[in-house]
Design a protein around this ligand. Structure first.
Ligand code: NAP
Ligand code: GDD
Length: 338
């Protein structure tokens, strides 16, 4: 039985990856940090469904003694390093801690692997945000021109991973993942901000949503598809770096428009702008990935595309707030414009 350690287990991708590995009969240990309230909502079902093969352990990516203890005790075959301060906008407000967490965490784990067992395979959650100002389409050969402290931190972690692969002969690989979303996406990322607030508009709890720049374009896929690629990256004969993307991009405005259309509302009546809170000091204008290498070598392909993703997320948030799509469409007839 293979054993996998996942950092960032309480996050969106951590939960989908754990589910995938457990279905493949892995034993999975998630590392999580202590928080003042329980934040295991995305993984609670896994403790119940896989009592023997799934567990979590307290640790912190900044505390290398905790990393050493967990890896030494658990002896994983594979480590998936998904833990990070992952919000680009917030990284402008907390640049030092973002750089510290997202970069040193990778060093801490790779150094520990080097000390304990060089056969442990390592996956680093790299990001399309690293391409920054480089125009699309972006692939593994595109330049990194990061536009945020988050982007800079991920470039450093990317190169750290390559360095340990080349200089220490470790199986250390990067997945350069473009934006991926799901009903489990954090509420302050733009897609989930849209889909979680639409039911509130329908129930007249709020009458508008405020955004920053909605002309930026992103290549949005589904997290459930992307964790398949993450797993495949560690199953290759040799460690390498792969772009994971759908190859299509849409503006934030397109996303908003499509989601409001699903419930029968005209988005223009409910959108306002708040440049102080949501406009970023510098922006990544357009991301569109070329995943030809992954499609060919990993034999991976995204199943969920833009419109199905919008529908999946809208329906899930309606359900979470007690509404069916039919009920939502009926309610939309009585919701007045702003
Ligand atoms: P997420 O939902 O924000 O989850 C991040 C996870 O990291 C959470 O479990 C968080 O724990 C944990 N974490 C943060 N700092 C930590 C620390 N010091 N010690 C231990 N754990 C810590 O992010 P995601 O969307 O699942 O993304 C997973 C990874 O992929 C991240 O590294 C992200 O940067 C990267 N990535 C994401 C995307 C995307 O579109 N989703 C694209 C490219 C790359 P708490 O719950 O305690 O906060
Ligand atoms: N979050 C947010 N909130 N974004 C907004 C808003 C708003 O109110 N209004 C406009 N946007 C714009 C952002 O400026 C950005 O151009 C775009 O919507 C997407 O923002 P996010 O959903 O926050 O994602 P991101 O692209 O910045 O970062 C995500 O993708 C990266 C991969 O490219 C995160 O998941 C990162 O962790 C990931 O690495």
């Amino acid at each position: 039985m293979k054993k996998a350690l996942i950092t960032g287990i309480t996050g969106q991708d951590g939960s989908y990856l754990a589910e995938l590995l457990l279905k493949k009969n892995y034993k999975v240990l998630g590392m999580m940090r202590r928080s003042s309230i329980f934040n295991t909502i995305r993984i609670d079902h896994l403790y119940k469904s896989y009592p023997k093969n799934f567990d979590t352990e307290y640790g912190d990516l900044m505390d290398e003694t905790s990393i050493y203890r967990i890896i030494n005790d658990f002896r994983p075959n594979e480590i998936y390093n998904l833990g990070a301060m992952s919000h680009v906008g917030v990284s402008f407000k907390t640049p030092k801690s973002t750089l510290t967490y997202n970069t040193l965490s990778t060093f801490n784990i790779l150094e520990t692997i080097k000390m304990i067992d060089k056969k442990i395979k390592f996956y680093q959650a790299s990001s399309s945000e690293m391409f920054g100002a480089t125009p699309p389409p972006q692939n593994e050969k595109s330049h990194f021109l990061p536009q945020s402290p988050y982007g800079i931190s991920k470039v450093a972690a990317f190169h750290t991973t390559r360095l340990y692969r080349n200089s220490q002969n470790l199986f250390a690989a990067n997945g350069i993942l473009f934006n991926h979303e799901s009903p489990r996406r954090g509420l302050n990322f733009v897609t989930r901000k849209v889909t979680s607030n639409i039911p509130k508009i329908l129930k007249k709890e709020i009458n508008e949503i405020a955004f920053g720049n909605i002309d930026t374009r992103r290549d949005w896929g589904f997290s459930g598809d992307y964790v398949e690629a993450i797993w495949k990256i560690l199953q290759q004969k040799k460690p390498d770096d792969y772009v994971i993307a759908t190859g299509e991009n849409y503006s934030v405005k397109d996303f908003i428009k499509e989601c409001f259309k699903i419930v029968g509302l005209d988005w223009k009546n409910f959108v306002t702008y708040n440049n102080i809170n949501y406009l970023r000091p510098s922006e990544v204008q357009s991301l569109k990935g070329n995943a030809t290498k992954a499609i060919k070598k990993l034999k991976w392909k995204p199943k969920v595309k833009f419109k199905s993703l919008c529908r999946m997320m809208v329906e899930a948030d309606l359900k979470e707030q007690g509404l069916s799509l039919n009920e939502a469409r009926k309610l939309s007839k009585n919701v007045k414009k702003n």
